[in-house]
Design a protein around this ligand. Structure first.
Ligand code: KIV
Length: 254
């Protein structure tokens, strides 16, 4: 039987020739299918709020909703490491961060992710001290989209670049086993990847990260209402679903 993938195994992929492939999974069948496709890192992302629950952004997702989806994905018992997002405002204090990280672990998560750098360092240290593997997330932080007024590339200004580098260093020193870099200027994502000793997993941050992560709905063309520059869908599942339903309807006859 293939060995279970741990956070330590993901961390050890830094510097290996193989890029880390990571995808989101929010339920049992997708977690099972992606695991059978040998994806080593699955994320029950709070993007579930948008692509499954129909919220306008991720700030509406609750810890209860995350627990529900983590339980579903965990029932697939993936060989992959199963990480889960701490949702908006669930880690505002150190106590909340540890309590809610433990709730996700009790639901079946094997690692947790939260958005931020030096601003959440105490929370990160406490989660790691509690024995829970931590995945960082820097760059465009979707949980801050309302304050920021939209999604935009980070790191173009020198001050932003320096801040991102310092955040990445701090998260790595605090014990993050890897860091997601979302919508960061490619050259800055490459610099961070070069500088820190844990893997970077990019999304819309250029090709020079140690791995890449995508929302599965974007990869499969299951979210046709919004297209992203950094994703080339490998399927057109939305059109295929509609065509299959039409065909079935035709077969029913009049
Ligand atoms: O919630 C999510 O799906 C994420 C990934 C896009 C990294 O955070």
């Amino acid at each position: 039987m293939a060995t279970k993938i741990t956070a330590e195994a993901i961390r050890a992929m830094k510097g290996s020739a193989e890029k880390i492939a990571a995808l989101t999974a929010y339920d049992f069948p997708m977690a099972r299918l992606l695991d059978e496709s040998d994806i080593p890192l699955l994320l029950v992302g709070d993007s579930v709020g948008m692509v499954v629950l129909g919220y306008p952004d991720t700030t509406h997702v609750t810890i209860e909703e995350m627990e529900h989806h983590v339980r579903a994905a965990a029932r697939a018992k993936p060989r992959a490491l199963l990480a889960a997002d701490l949702p908006y405002r669930s880690y505002s204090t150190v106590e909340m961060a540890v309590t809610n990280a433990r709730r996700l672990v009790a639901a079946g998560a094997e690692a947790v992710k939260a958005e931020g750098g030096r601003d959440i360092l105490e929370q990160v240290r406490a989660i790691v001290r509690a024995g829970i593997p931590f995945l960082g997330h820097l760059g465009m932080l979707p949980q801050h989209v309302l304050e920021e007024g939209g999604y935009r590339i980070k790191g173009k200004k020198p001050q932003e670049r320096e801040s991102l580098l310092a955040d990445a260093e701090s998260l790595a020193s605090a014990g993050a086993f890897a860091i997601v870099l979302e919508l960061i200027a490619s050259s800055v994502a490459a610099e961070i990847s070069e500088q820190i000793d844990v893997p970077t997993i990019g999304i819309g941050s250029g090709p020079d990260c140690d791995g890449q992560i995508l929302v599965i709905h974007d990869l499969l063309g299951l979210w046709p209402w919004y297209t992203l520059k950094h994703v080339k869908p490998k399927l057109n599942a939305a059109e295929q679903i509609k065509a299959a339903v039409q065909e079935w309807k035709r077969e029913l006859g009049k």
